[in-house]
Ligand binder design. Structure first.
Ligand SMILES: O=C(O)C1=C[C@@H](OP(=O)(O)O)[C@@H](O)[C@H](O)C1
Ligand SMILES: C=C(OP(=O)(O)O)C(=O)O
Length: 412
């Protein structure tokens, strides 16, 4: 059962503190690193996101040698475990939700096969479930790999690289999408003593030992984006987000820059950030999400509600995430009369001419946590907002609805 929540337009607190859970991206990298380090790397402030709980559960039961593991909708677990179990030479099937079976993995499987893994597809070629057939015998370190589908393929290979007999030498073809996520991987590895070189399109990691380290996970900047949207839609709200840092490993800290265009100021303190509505200076322009795709839904919905006709690029990979996020956005935004029109390849223009904010709305979420959380701030402007299958938020932000109540929304 995944019930809807109903949010009534409410007077939100003028000032509130929201404690975000840890970044699921940092957490899931840390879990793989810790498992590979055989206890040398310890993790602090692990995320409570379902994506992290899922990966942690699978790694904790690894010694029971399961025949099949199911990652559900967790993209990082699917990709990282395919590399992890290949390297270990385990015979294991990795499967996931129906949607996971539509999300590509061929680029990663091809790379692992080139390295020396024996992997076969259980249903459709190029897609999960995959069967890892045991023994790994490294043939080469050099991999030519596409960078434009998902950075998670590169991260998966880089995480295991130092544990391989010959390491890994990646040569990236095409433009790299979601680049900050690759930088996050390399920084976390570096913190644990694993060095790399990155020259132009080449990233190389030699065989190396993990050093004893504690990885402290920072709060999730993607989760912070929903509070930026609430503040942007308010007159003068102020939200404190403890422990977020300016120099974050997370590329989604870019939300601070983007939301300055919506009149939201970010003040960085030693112990976190405060975000505050200070003005309404918005000059619609082209916003590119290639380096921060998980922010796209938040920003596009907020722009539509404020009738700010931005255009957006770098959305190509949104089609292969938890749902086809372009289609989902277009369908749900149409309910307020906003149009998201592709004017040229991968450039979308927001057309607000026919926007008509209704008094009630029901939003479908397409099994996508970010659809639920990006549309929830609509309750700043609409009397009654029903968000269907509201538990989807658990994927990255399990206490999202409690926090929504905490800031003053009437949530049932
Ligand atoms: O490596 C990661 O933790 C992630 C990388 C991104 O995916 P892509 O590289 O597929 O864009 C992002 O959308 C996802 O939420 C998390
Ligand atoms: C795309 C996402 O996650 P994943 O690819 O790890 O399922 C996300 O959290 O928005």
């Amino acid at each position: 059962m995944n019930p809807s929540v109903i949010i009534k337009k409410s007077q939100i607190s003028a000032e509130e503190t929201i404690n975000l859970t840890g970044s699921k991206s940092e957490s899931n990298r840390a879990l793989i690193i810790s498992a590979l380090s055989k206890g040398k790397v310890i993790i602090k402030n692990l995320s409570s996101a379902a994506d992290t709980v899922t990966l942690n559960g699978i790694l904790n039961h690894e010694n029971e040698h399961p025949k099949v593991v199911n990652v559900g909708p967790t993209g990082t677990a699917m990709r990282f475990l395919t590399a992890y179990f290949s390297l270990k030479g385990e015979k294991i099937e990795i499967t996931g939700s129906d949607r996971m079976k539509q999300r590509p993995i061929g680029t990663l499987v091809d790379a692992l096969r080139t390295l020396g893994a024996d992997i076969s597809y259980q249903e459709e070629d190029g897609f999960p479930p995959v069967l890892i057939n045991g023994a790994f015998d490294q043939k080469t370190a050099h991999i030519l790999i596409r960078g434009d589908i998902s950075s998670q393929f590169l991260t998966a290979l880089l995480l295991v690289a130092s544990s391989l007999p010959q390491g890994v030498d990646l040569e990236i073809m095409d433009e790299l999408t979601s680049k900050p996520y690759v930088e996050m991987t390399l920084s976390m590895l570096k913190q644990c003593g694993i060095n790399h070189t990155w020259e132009k399109d080449n990233i190389a990691i030699l065989p190396q030992q993990f050093q004893p380290t504690t990885l402290t996970i920072e709060p999730d900047w993607s989760a912070a984006s929903y509070w930026y949207s609430v503040v942007a839609l308010s007159e003068n709200a102020k939200v404190h987000l403890p422990n977020l840092k300016k120099n974050s490993l997370q590329g989604d800290s870019e939300i601070a820059e983007i939301m300055s265009l919506f009149g939201v100021e970010t003040i960085y303190h030693e112990n976190g950030v405060t975000i505050e509505k200070v003005g309404n200076e918005i000059k619609p322009q082209l916003l590119d999400f290639k380096e921060c795709p998980d922010l796209a839904q938040t920003v596009i919905v907020c722009s539509a509600l404020l009738c700010k006709e931005f255009s957006f690029s770098g959305l190509e990979t949104l089609k292969i995430k938890e749902t086809n996020r372009i289609f989902a956005l277009q369908t749900e935004l149409a309910k307020i009369g906003a149009k998201l029109i592709e004017t040229q390849a991968d450039v979308y223009q927001l057309d607000c001419e026919l926007v008509n904010i209704p008094s009630q709305i029901t939003v479908a979420t397409y099994e996508d946590h970010r659809m639920a959380m990006a549309f929830a701030p609509m309750a700043m402007m609409i009397d009654k907002v029903t968000i269907e299958e509201a538990k989807v938020v658990e994927k990255s932000y399990p206490h999202f609805w409690e926090d929504f109540k905490k800031i003053g929304f009437d949530v049932k």
